[in-house]
Design a protein around this ligand. Sequence first.
Ligand code: IPE
Ligand code: IPE
Ligand code: MG
Length: 249
Amino acid sequence: MIFLHNQSNCKQLVSSSPRHVAIIMDGNGRWAKIRGKLHIFGHRAGVKAVRRAVNFAIAHHFDVLTLYAFSSENWSRSSQEVSALMKLFSRVLNNEIKYLRKYNVRLCIIGDINRFSIQLQNSIRRSEKLTRNNNGLILNIAANYGGRWDIVQGVKQLAMQIRSGVLNPDQIDEKILCRYISMSELAPVDLVIRTGGEHRISNFLLWQIAYAELFFTDVLWPDFNDAVFEGALDAFAHRERRFGGRLQV
Ligand code: IPE
Ligand code: IPE
Ligand code: MG
């Protein structure tokens, strides 16, 4: 553990283990293709990897694990793939609730859920409600999520505050806008992992990862396991996080 002095000369604690890890779970389609199967076969295999990642996060006492499950751009896939994904999401939500309650995990969905079927929206609300008093791991699932959407919905909320006279435009600063962006109440994202070999963010968290460490692996999401996760944590522990400041020697 080391200390950094930031702009306001406050000491900032920097730990060698992350409190908040976010994962872009990519590579399900290619995993299925290699096996001569349809995409959905890869998505189903991906659910097992999600379970492994959640177990790992619990065992390593992370505060928060945020998983990118469906982007606002993923609607552009074939209707068969999208509807199979929606069914899978519904099934997993209903099946995993017992497990989440047993392990004291609080489930939150981030993203614009209004585009989902009423049935799926109800399942989401029910699962969030059933786990809302759990105080162990916070598990965020990003569904119909886009980093740009997140910033826009935050700006809209600010605009409404201005319209109702509660806020003056001159008062707007990063701190105020930040309050309206998803996960502002949680520990900042320390580490973003992307599986599947692509080196991009694909409209996942934008605002929230300003100073996150990035880790890319070629491993396809269904093959993601504890050893790969350990590798990412090990890489993270060797990063020098400066946040624009200087390390104190
Ligand atoms: C990620 O896997 C899961 C979702 C986007 C829902 P992909 O389906 O994108 O897998 P690849 O990139 O085609 O291998
Ligand atoms: C990002 O993967 C979205 C999720 C993992 C949910 P994509 O497969 O959609 O991203 P691109 O198309 O390769 O950028
Ligand atoms: Mg992909």
